[in-house]
Design a protein around this ligand. Structure first.
Ligand SMILES: Nc1ncnc2c1ncn2[C@@H]1O[C@H](COP(=O)(O)OP(=O)(O)OP(=O)(O)O)[C@@H](O)[C@H]1O
Ligand SMILES: O=P(O)(O)OC[C@H]1O[C@H](OP(=O)(O)OP(=O)(O)O)[C@H](O)[C@@H]1O
Length: 235
């Protein structure tokens, strides 16, 4: 069977179900609300696996899922050399969010990453420790800062309510996902002019590590036809 992983809850779940339904593929939970098994109607040979969006990258990497729906940000953060591990079969035009670097709005002299670099040096001289950047996107943030030549900082892990870390004095800057911008605004933070790390959207990914035997390949072909993805890259 071809295993298709879709978010079991959270913001991506409903829109994923709607996206497949709009293309004639019904994803349905088997049993009750808390049962994480499902059925795929409309294509033979596909088994539905309901799992958190954050776990789907790891399952694709391990080859336990053949296909999975999750955010591009989560794939890029969690899979080193992600292009070698998965193919992007279809961007889905929802779950859109930007991963950005933001600083306190009152830091009027810090407009871009170059200014942040200068501020980080001054911060260390004054406070005796490095400027702290709170995020859960450790890999993406490290490589973005490196790309901009900013080294004099430290990452602080924040798995939620990241924008609050500045007010709570556990960080001086943050890197997090924003969509409407209201959380940043409410917490008096401003995005740096060149602080866009990544634009993300929900995407249907294909695992290169999964076993692609004849039944799975046939199911993939049928699913692609149904979804109108015949021209997507081959696995
Ligand atoms: N406003 C937003 N805030 C956070 N993530 C968003 C937003 N809009 C879209 N996303 C995307 O949604 C995905 C995360 O979804 P969600 O928070 O439901 O998953 P999760 O991290 O697995 O959650 P949980 O751990 O609660 O299951 C990410 O790819 C993220 O880019
Ligand atoms: O730009 P906005 O529309 O305001 O959305 C951005 C916020 O939404 C997410 O938080 P989430 O709701 O996932 O809670 P979290 O802080 O626990 O991650 C994200 O981490 C931001 O905090």
């Amino acid at each position: 069977m071809l295993k298709l992983g879709v978010p079991s809850k959270g913001r991506l779940q409903e829109e994923t179900i709607r996206w497949f339904a709009a293309r004639g593929v019904e994803l349905a939970r088997v049993g009750g609300e808390r049962e994480y098994r499902g059925m795929v109607e409309g294509v033979d040979g596909v088994e539905l696996v309901l799992i958190s969006a954050g776990e789907i990258p790891g399952e694709l990497l391990a080859g336990r899922l053949h296909l999975g729906v999750t955010g591009q940000d989560l794939i890029r953060e969690r899979l080193p050399r992600w292009q070698d591990r998965v193919d992007e079969l279809a961007p889905m035009a929802f779950g859109r969010a930007d991963l950005v670097v933001a600083v306190p709005a009152f830091w009027v002299d810090v407009r871009d990453m170059g200014d942040l670099d200068a501020a980080a040096g001054a911060f260390r001289a004054r406070h005796g420790h490095r400027l702290r950047v709170a995020t859960k996107y450790h890999h993406l943030v490290r490589s973005f800062f490196e790309h901009h030549g900013v080294a004099d900082y430290q990452l602080v892990d924040s798995q939620g309510a990241t924008e609050g870390t500045v007010k709570n004095l556990t960080a001086e800057a943050i890197a997090d996902i924003t969509s409407t911008g209201s959380t940043l605004r409410d917490n008096h933070l401003r995005i740096l002019d060149d602080g866009l790390i990544l634009q993300s959207e929900a995407t249907l990914f294909l695992s290169k590590a999964a076993t692609w035997g004849a039944p799975e390949t046939a199911a993939l072909d049928a699913l692609r036809t149904r979804l109108g993805l015949e021209n997507a890259p081959a696995e």
